[in-house]
Design a protein around this ligand. Sequence first.
Ligand code: SF4
Ligand code: SF4
Length: 507
Amino acid sequence: MSMFCFQCEQTAKGVACEISGVCGKNAETANLQDKLTGRLIGLAKGGAQGADDYKTIVDGLFSTTTNVNFNDKILNELIEAVKTEDIYDMAHLWGADEDIRSLKSLLLFGLRGMSAYTYHARALGKADEGINKFFVKGLRAIGDESQSADDLFGLLMEFGGINLKCMEMLDAAHVETFGHPRPANVSCNIEPGPFIIITGHDLHDLKLLLEQTEGKGINIYTHSEMLPAHAYPELNKYPHLKGNFGTAWQNQQSEFDNIPAPIVFTTGCLMPPKPSYADRIFTTTVVSYPGAMHIGEDKDFGPVIAKALEFGGFAQERKMTGINGGNTLTTGFARDMVLSVADKVIDAVKGGNIRHFFLVGGCDGAKMGRNYYTDFVKQAPKDTIILTLACGKYRFNDLDLGEIGGLPRLMDMGQCNDAYSAVQVALALANAFECDVNDLPLTLVLSWYEQKAVCILISLLSLGIKNIYIGPGLPAFISPNILNILVEKFNLTPISTPEADLQKMLL
Ligand code: SF4
Ligand code: SF4
């Protein structure tokens, strides 16, 4: 075994990547990421505190998430920057009792997910001492061999609440900086002339790119998790924010093949670039790939702009579609928008026009079984509403599902972190109907791929939300005993077929 990693859904044989990563990460990079994590645990055990230590922890954890940092040079620099003598050997974790390893992995991968949200909030001037302190507490617990399964389970539930607070902080940062999202129709077509594609989750980087390209005759297209940007007033006020390019992350190697434009990766999900477009990849934040040009903290997008002008874009308009052949995507149904029509929603439920809500959200990925989500949405009865978020929606967000009493049947609430918005809507509905969230006509049908999905799932469980369906497969790091606990306590259910699941959900 030359490496050990089982943090994402595409892990080798559904068990662990032990020779090289299915994601393209090699053993050396994986071992450096372990070394970095071990040092961060050492730093936490030594009593990390203060803005510098918190930054070291957040940047370090973010760099170890799936499809973010493949660059050994940068990882070595991050390792050197962790000032500690106390280095935790990750072999202790990977070789621990199966249930302890499972609980500690849930915590570690959840912390990795939360580090991304903390990073984006920090870029917009937000920080929270309670969240920062929990990074230290959580890492310390991972390195503490005396933690029992009960201790760790309690800590996980505490973490769920902290991560919800973190998503709330990021939501506030987005709304205060860019305004409340409002519904937007987004074209899939690419206009003639120079353009730049921007992907990932960092709206601050998008804003800076829009400012720096203003008046230069360059159009900006969002990709994947950047789609919700079109709904924010302070972003869509730029007329050169034109539309959306392509679908979810796993299709990038075919969609970016030989396009006449640069691509900016602000976060995951970066796949190893093919030679046909490697010379046009730019990275920001903690994203890094050997040979790809990095835009540093000065956020000077000049080299990207020069590349866009050099390649010049398409000579004629390029008609594009989503995976089901639709040409327009909609977004912008975050909490403020949905709650502004709450009366309409409540009347439609009471009048029997809306039978059920499904939150079909989460990550996309390459597995065949993910067609489940497309089929599920297509088969959902016409008197049901589909709420969605994160990049899994590209399986169905170009479908025209029609309306119920003026409300669109498909409502995109935003990025994965906008799970916070979904929780707020669910709590408001429960309040209006004077019932528990679990008694609402609402089912969560989640797709997971990487660590942000892990922290969101833990937050949902910590809120006591039951009957969540999860797929396309269960995480390799959840042991049979821990799964039994999650099933018993929360009725966490693996997806089966859309037909059978819909029948159960609509009973
Ligand atoms: S991130 Fe996923 S694919 Fe990559 S090495 Fe880890 S488990 Fe394997
Ligand atoms: S939601 Fe997850 S899988 Fe999708 S692009 Fe973001 S990090 Fe990647």
